[in-house]
Design a protein around this ligand. Structure first.
Ligand SMILES: C[S@@+](CC[C@H](N)C(=O)[O-])C[C@H]1O[C@@H](n2cnc3c(N)ncnc32)[C@H](O)[C@@H]1O
Length: 255
């Protein structure tokens, strides 16, 4: 797009769309790739080097290259920086519409549930939440539910998950709204996880980074389970704990 008026118009309509509820910023090629691959409703994809972007798609994700070629628009550098002041190293930023809560809630409440739901109680770190969503997508968990005020669709979370929000169900709920299922709470003071089989319909719950699991969640637990640690080590990182919990669940199933 070389015409300045056209670029200005696109920046304006991007800003209007970005301000609408339910719109998600996809920062960088990998987030955009996963959104397209997993059926995300992507509305804009802008870059300052279209040829380079299409080469990257041919090289890394030929399955999404045709969709990307139909969607992507080249903007002059200053116009791109008006959309993304610090563009991702892959030079592309996109806008998508997140799946509606109704679809996610239906997926999370599915019965029988084929794989656990990961519950993060009041997480604080955007990078941790993104890493957990990426793990959930990788392991085939049913979805990720967060409680508390952090938005699990924040652009930095979507960047941390590499856009894998579109491959699993991601919702923020209150403890009163949790989907049904036995609550397996991961806590350093629980029983050794190696003696426990995590059922497919479990809610696999994890506490907040600093303070761990609340008394309320602990009180509701069907099982309190721990990944054993060496003496003197107080806890593992949140996302690492989710990885171990999901790996343990997966290890209990037939390949
Ligand atoms: C960084 S930790 C919280 C640390 C907090 N001071 C505590 O003692 O629980 C965040 C969450 O990761 C999970 N976690 C960390 N280490 C764990 C372990 N050894 N076994 C089970 N869960 C663990 C728990 O769900 C915990 O609430």
């Amino acid at each position: 797009m070389n015409d300045e008026a056209e670029a200005t118009g696109l920046v304006r309509s991007w800003r209007e769309s970005a301000a609408a509820p339910g719109t998600v910023v996809l920062d960088g090629f990998h987030a955009l790739k996963h959104a397209l691959r997993f059926g995300g409703d992507v509305r804009y994809a802008c870059t300052d080097d279209l040829a380079a972007l299409l080469r990257l798609a041919d090289e890394l994700a030929p399955d999404v290259a045709p969709a990307l070629a139909a969607l992507a628009v080249e903007l002059p550098g200053p116009a791109l920086r008006a959309l993304a002041p610090k563009p991702h190293p892959t030079g592309v930023v996109a806008l998508a519409v997140r799946p509606g809560p109704a679809a996610n809630l239906a997926a999370l409440s599915r019965s029988p549930r084929p794989a656990p739901v990961v519950l993060l109680e009041n997480p604080r770190n955007l990078g941790n939440v993104g890493a957990v969503i990426r793990l959930a997508a990788g392991f085939g968990a049913t979805g990720v539910v967060t409680t508390g005020d952090l938005d699990p669709w924040h652009p930095n979370v979507v960047r941390g998950s590499a856009g894998l929000h579109f491959a699993t169900a991601v919702e923020r709920l209150t403890l009163a709204e949790l989907p049904a299922g036995p609550l397996y709470v991961l806590d350093p003071e629980g029983a050794d996880i190696r003696s426990v089989t995590v059922p497919d319909d479990a809610l696999l719950a994890f506490g907040t980074e600093r303070h761990g699991v609340s008394e309320e969640l602990r009180g509701r637990a069907a099982r309190l389970v721990a990944v054993p640690m060496q003496p003197g080590v107080s806890s593992f990182n949140l996302a690492t704990s989710v990885a171990m919990g999901l790996f343990h669940w997966m290890s209990g199933r037939r390949p």
